[in-house]
Design a binder for this molecule. Structure first.
Ligand code: MN
Length: 267
């Protein structure tokens, strides 16, 4: 279950918006196993309180997002300015440190940025590759993986499919980076969602379980039973995380997600 603590992102694809306590209570009550946090920065989370909440509600921290580096500070790993790229790396390193306290991986999604006239595609990909090498090793030294998320064409022009993501990973010097398969992005970019999952499952480390319209799983037109079957038959053991719009509201989105999850994956 996702929870956003970033006010600037309100209306974005996160299920809970009103603090960690509320999110943990609801997630636990509905039967979720973990929460995924989208935070403005590590200092925005009282880590002692979070530890307490997770223990009280028998939840794990599934992952931490880093997109606030882009949303709040305009940072990206492929910025033309080397000081800005360094600041982006530093922001993500602090988020990796935060997640590592809870054995949770950090996610690189929008922080990958885009290629532009000033930073042509080969240059942007080279910046991204060296950032993933450095951050992958940084995460490995702290005992956690790093997740890299291909996005749809309206959010990036760099890496949009699992195949391109897997090719990028295969060129890295670290094997500590895995792909995040987000079903909303995949619905736009993949030729065949189940086929892409089956082909690249060995490098999938996390799934955003969401429907075609970015609403809760079950509120769109994806064949989630077939997608779940592809994940199960490929031996996927990671989280499937509800990164979805709070439509019609947080509680309904959460309840619909868990009902769909149980239909697809079993009780
Ligand atoms: Mn996502």
């Amino acid at each position: 279950m996702t929870v956003s603590l970033v006010e600037e992102a309100r209306g974005g694809p996160f299920v809970y918006w009103d603090g960690l306590e509320n999110a943990c209570q609801e997630a636990s009550r509905l039967g979720f196993h973990g929460i995924e946090i989208f935070a403005p920065g590590p200092e925005a989370v009282d880590q002692v309180m979070l530890k307490d909440l997770l223990r009280t509600h028998s939840l794990q921290l599934a992952a931490v997002g880093t997109g606030a580096g882009m949303v709040k500070h305009g940072l990206s790993l492929t910025d033309r300015d080397s000081d800005r790229r360094t600041a982006a790396l530093a922001f993500i390193e602090r988020m990796i440190d935060f997640g590592a306290q809870f054995s949770a991986p950090a996610i690189i999604g929008s922080m990958q940025g885009k290629w532009t006239a000033e930073v042509p595609r080969p240059q942007a990909l080279s910046f991204l590759q060296s950032a993933l090498n450095r951050l992958g090793a940084y995460a490995a030294a702290r005992g956690v993986r790093l997740l890299y998320e291909p996005l749809n064409r309206y959010e990036t022009n760099l890496i949009k499919t699992l195949a391109d993501g897997a090719a990028l990973l295969s060129q890295l010097e670290t094997n500590n980076v895995q792909l995040l398969a987000d079903l909303f992005h995949m619905n736009i970019e993949e030729t065949n969602i189940e086929g892409a999952i089956r082909s690249h499952c060995s490098v999938i480390g996390h799934v955003h379980f969401v429907d075609s319209n970015r609403e809760a799983a079950g509120r769109g037109h994806l064949d989630l039973a077939e997608i779940a079957l592809a994940l199960r038959e490929s031996g996927y053991k990671g989280f499937v995380s509800a990164e979805a719009l709070a439509i019609p509201d947080s509680h309904s989105a959460a309840a619909t997600t868990i009902a769909t999850y149980r239909t697809c994956f079993g009780p």
